[in-house]
Design a protein around this ligand. Structure first.
Ligand SMILES: [Zn+2]
Length: 127
């Protein structure tokens, strides 16, 4: 199977590797990609695991899970990413996630902040 985050890569070698162990996300961008793929594949347990404990209560897993099943995810585009390297404790990733809903092409434009928590990257919030 091709990876949802990048159709040129194999899922098992790309986000699949991070879904198996979140510690395999070396950078904030890799974690961001793995979360996009988790949206596409409806992996709510992983979305919970990769969400900072301090903000996870703001995320409605039930409604997201319901919604993501009704849309056709097209692609992920990383526009900008800074910090978020192996030895950083914070990182930022700006992205566009394209999807089709009711035959209309739409996208989410996010500027996400990531932090290290329990020695691995997690999503914190939007800027
Ligand atoms: Zn991937």
């Amino acid at each position: 199977m091709n990876c949802p985050c990048n159709h040129l890569r194999n899922y098992e070698e790309c986000c699949g590797n991070i879904h198996r162990s979140i510690f395999n996300a070396q950078t904030a961008e890799e974690l961001m990609r793995s979360r996009y793929s988790a949206f596409v594949l409806d992996k709510m347990d992983y979305l919970k695991l990769s969400h900072a404990k301090s903000t996870v209560h703001t995320f409605n897993f039930k409604s997201v899970s319901k919604w993501t099943k009704t849309v056709n995810w097209i692609k992920l585009e990383i526009l900008f990413s800074t910090h978020g390297k192996k030895n950083d404790s914070t990182g930022f990733v700006e992205f566009k996630a394209y999807y089709e809903e009711n035959s209309i092409l739409n996208h989410i434009h996010g500027k996400s902040r990531f932090i290290k928590q329990d020695q691995h990257w997690v999503y914190l919030d939007e800027l």
